[in-house]
Ligand binder design. Structure first.
Ligand code: SMG
Ligand code: MG
Length: 372
């Protein structure tokens, strides 16, 4: 296959309720306003998911701002164009700054379409070869430690390959100590979502006692300098999430000594072209990677799993099974966790699972269609 013409792009606005509120240092989230992207090109479809939250909490983008960017600035630069290589899409937007989640949603749908049109799995198209990927689970802040221990027990019994705890000031050292006491051997990480400052360095150093794989994004979302100051004061490796938006950010953070591990969320980077650049740079520099999550529906989940099949993804990702967040996912079959803590990387073309039309209809609020 040598080319695909982007004939039509639909934005499907869906509203889905998480099984329970997901509480982070930003506060609780329960409703996900998800915009699914459906690209039509030469008789094939491609699907993507806009991962921005309802509120500008994780980053400045929201479902509303990203949709406005797509309508007014981004879709017009791709509709009607012919793709010879899915890497081109990112370059067509070179003149539009920022808005990575808006860009990623469409760019990744084009990669899915390309994979389907060429009869290969998205994982294969991206250069992945793993057939299964280790899945971690992220646990929001609970009302009390007993509730947290209970949640962990359930996920450990299911077989998750590592447990990540959300922490915030007042919900950190004592809570992690209690978890470690009850679960001395589980692979454990914590994620602060920028809830601390350098003034908390000695406090955060107390976490060194608990053999954590990493502490994720302790300091400001847009910082790498203070993280470089914090890093030598901790034994626990720092993983950067929010503050790495490109391979260039990874290079700068590494040069400064700001982190030893990076998570990649393709939405945060602007799509696969940028995620592949990050992967290749981190692999060459010896920085371990894992795929993060944004509470995605099955569409975004399958994209993340395809990415996790690349060789640089050596640590378990936030690629939990569909039933972690949803009573019923919109993909058929749902993503399932195997008892060995892995999820299957689909081998079928594109993202590899069907969209369940009834289930999609039941959460769909409206559809916008764009043509050249
Ligand atoms: O998809 O399992 C998931 C969520 C994983 O904890 C998760 N994501 O900072 O890594 C992170 C958070 C961001 C989402 S909360 C806004
Ligand atoms: Mg994070």
């Amino acid at each position: 296959m040598t080319s695909l013409t982007l004939e039509r792009i639909d934005l499907l606005h869906v509203s889905m309720q998480l099984l329970e509120p997901f509480v982070t240092s930003f506060g609780p989230q329960q409703q996900r306003d998800i915009v699914l992207i459906r690209v039509f090109a030469d008789g094939v479809e491609g699907w993507g998911e806009l991962v921005a939250a309802r509120e500008p909490i994780y980053s400045e983008e929201t479902a509303i701002t990203a949709t406005a960017m797509l309508r007014h600035h981004l879709l017009g630069k791709v509709l009607g164009r012919t793709v010879d290589d899915p890497r081109q899409v990112d370059r067509w937007w070179a003149g539009a700054r920022g808005n990575p989640m808006a860009k990623a949603a469409v760019e990744m749908a084009v990669w899915d379409a390309w994979a389907r049109a060429s009869g290969q799995s998205l994982a294969h198209l991206l250069g992945g070869s793993a057939t299964r990927a280790p899945a971690g689970v992220s646990i929001g802040i609970q009302d009390d430690t007993a509730a947290l221990l209970d949640r962990i027990t359930g996920f450990v019994e299911q077989g998750y390959a590592r447990i990540k705890l959300k922490i915030a000031p007042g919900r950190d050292v004592a809570m992690v100590a209690a978890v470690r006491e009850q679960f001395p051997d589980i692979p454990l990480t914590v994620d602060a979502n920028s809830a601390y400052t350098l003034a908390d360095a000695d406090h955060l150093a107390q976490l060194d006692a608990f053999d954590l794989m990493m502490i994720e994004q302790p300091l400001a979302h847009d910082d790498i300098i203070d993280h470089a100051t914090l890093a030598p004061r901790l034994q626990t490796p720092i993983c950067l999430d929010e503050s790495i938006r490109s391979a260039g950010d990874a290079r700068r953070a590494h040069q400064l000594g700001a982190c030893r591990i990076i998570n990649c969320k393709p939405g945060r980077l602007g799509g696969y072209a940028a995620s592949l650049a990050l992967h290749d740079w981190c692999t060459a520099a010896g920085i371990p990677l894992w795929v993060g999550g944004m509470l995605e529906s099955g569409v975004g989940r399958l994209h993340n799993i395809a990415l996790a099949s690349l060789p640089g993804y050596t640590l378990p990702g936030d690629i939990s099974a569909s039933d972690r967040y949803w009573a019923a996912d919109i993909i058929d079959p749902p993503v399932r966790l195997a008892p060995d803590g892995t999820v299957a990387v689909p081998a079928a073309p594109g993202i590899g699972h069907a969209i369940d039309p009834q289930r999609l209809q039941s959460v769909l609020e409206h559809t916008e269609t764009f043509v050249p």
